[in-house]
Design a protein around this ligand. Sequence first.
Ligand SMILES: Cc1ncc(COP(=O)(O)OP(=O)(O)O)c(N)n1
Ligand SMILES: Cc1ncsc1CCOP(=O)(O)O
Length: 531
Amino acid sequence: MPKPSLDLTLYLVTNSELLPAGRTLVQHVEEAIRGGVTIVQLREKTMATRAFISLGRELHNVTQKYGVPLLINDRIDVALAVGCEGVHIGWEDAEYADARRLLGNDKIIGVSVSNNDQAEEAAATGCDYIGVGPVFATSTKPNHNPALGTPGLRNLLEFISTLPGPTGNWGLKVPSVAIGGINLDNVQRVMYQSESLGRKKSLSGVAVVSAIIASLTPEDVCKSFVKLLEYCENPVFAPWQLQIANASDFNDLFKKIATKVATKKPIVHHVTNNVVKNFSANVTLAVGASPIMSEDLSELPELAAFNGAMVLNMGTSTKAQQGFLLAAAKASNAAGNPVVFDPVGAGATSLRRESTALIVGNAYCDIIKGNESEIRTVLGDDVIQQRGVDSTSTTDDPLEKARLVKQLARRERNIIVMTGKVDYVSDGESTFELSDGHEIQGGVTGTGCSLGSIIAAYVSIHRECKLVAVLAAISAYNAAAREAAEGVKILGPGAWMTAFLDRLYELRTADKVEEETWVRKLGERVKLVDV
Ligand SMILES: Cc1ncc(COP(=O)(O)OP(=O)(O)O)c(N)n1
Ligand SMILES: Cc1ncsc1CCOP(=O)(O)O
C-alpha cells in the first residue's frame, strides 16, 4: 500500500482534557475536519492503553470517512492496533528506526524538533515530516522546551534547510509544521515570519491543540484558520482588497472601524514616554478606547489578558527599562495582542539602537511606526545619526520612502508606518501614501506618539486586516487634525489641541461627521504607490 499523502496545512493534535463540557472527542474532531483540518494526531497523555486503542478505532472510522490521515502520538503499539496511518514521536519515545521497522515503510512517521541538535538527528532518520516548536509558551505541554518565538523558528528552519539527510536535500524538502501556542491571532505571523528571506524554507502548516479543542465551535474556528492560511499562501490577494470588496468603499469601512472602537472600548496598554503620557491617554479616550499606563513586570500577563493592544514607545526609556520593554512586547505576543512599536530616536544614541535591535529581534511588533531616520535605523542603516528624536531625512524621493517601508515590512512581515509630511504605510505587499494631515501637528508635542495610540486601538478591534485598521486610524487622526486646524477661532497650537480632541471624539459617532471627512475611494487621500 502506498504511503498516504501528507497535507500538513491544518494539523489537529488532540487533548480530550481540554474539551468543553458535554462534548465528545470524536464529535469535536469530525466538526474540525468539516472546518478544514487536513491531518489528525490522537495525543492522549494519561489514557489507559485499552481506552486509547478503542478511542483510536472510533476516531479512525471518522477520519477515514473524510480521507484525512490519523496518527498516534508516542505509542507505536496503539497505532498498530488501530491500523491508522502513522505516528508522531519525540525524543523520549521509541527510536525512529524501531518505529519504522515495526510500522513498515507505508506509514507516516513525524518527529519533533526543538533545536539544531534535534534537527540534525531528525535529518539522519529521514523521517516524513517534522513538528517544530514550541513557537510560543503553552500550558498544553508542561515542561516544554524553551519557546522559539518566530525569529527562533525562522533560524531553526533556515538551519534545517541546510541538512542533507539521506536524500541530499532532505532538509530543504522535508515538510515542516509549527506547534505551540498557535491561535487565530498569531497564525499569520507564524507563517509569514518563519519564512526565511529568500523563501529557502517555509512551513507547510500549523499544528494546533487548545485553540481548536477548547473551542465551542471547532468547525468555525478551523474555517477561520483555513482562510488565514490561504492569505499566507497567496499574499498578492491581500486581505485589504477583500475588505474593500466587501464594503461599499473606504468611507464605509473606516466609519465602521471607528464606531466599533467606541463600542468595544479596547484596552490600550501604553508603555510610553513621560512627555506624552497625558496627551496619549486623552487621544485614546477621545476615540473611545481605554488607556492604561503600567511599567511593572508583574502586571503584564493580567493586562495582556484584556486582549487589547500595546503601545511600546521608547521615547524616554532607560537602560534599566530595556528588559521591561522586551517583556512587555513578549507578554502581548503571547496573548496574541497587537504591538505598536515606536522606536523614538532609534538612531540618536547607542542605547536606543540597542533597545531597538533587542525588541525587533526578539519579539514581534505588528506595527513599527517611526520617522524616516527611525525606520532607516530599524532597517540597519547605521550611517543615520539622528539629532535628538527629529528625523534627519535623507531623501526627498517619495518612491524611495515608499521602497523603504515596503522593504522593512517584507523583512519583518508586519506593517510599517513612516510618518512625515506625507505618511507611508506598507504591509510588504501593498504600499500606501497618505498626505492629509496639517502642518500644525508638527508644532505640538505628542502628536506623533499619540498616533500610535489610535493605531493600537483600531488594530486591536480590527485584527482581521491590520493594514486597513492602520489606514483608517491615520485617516481619522489626520482628518481630525485638519478639521481642527481649519476650524474657526483657532489661534495656535493650544486651542488646536482642544479642537483636535473634540474632532476625534466626534469621529467615533461617525454619522455626525460629514462624508468629506473620510476617504471615499482609493486615490482620494489614500494612494496606492507602485513600488
Ligand atoms: C506535530 C507535532 N509536533 C510536535 C509534537 C511534540 O511531540 P513530543 O515531542 O513527542 O511531545 P508530546 O506530544 O509527546 O508531549 C507533537 N505531538 N506533534
Ligand atoms: C504537543 C506540543 N509540543 C510542543 S508544544 C505542544 C502543545 C501545543 O498545544 P497548543 O496548541 O494548545 O499550544
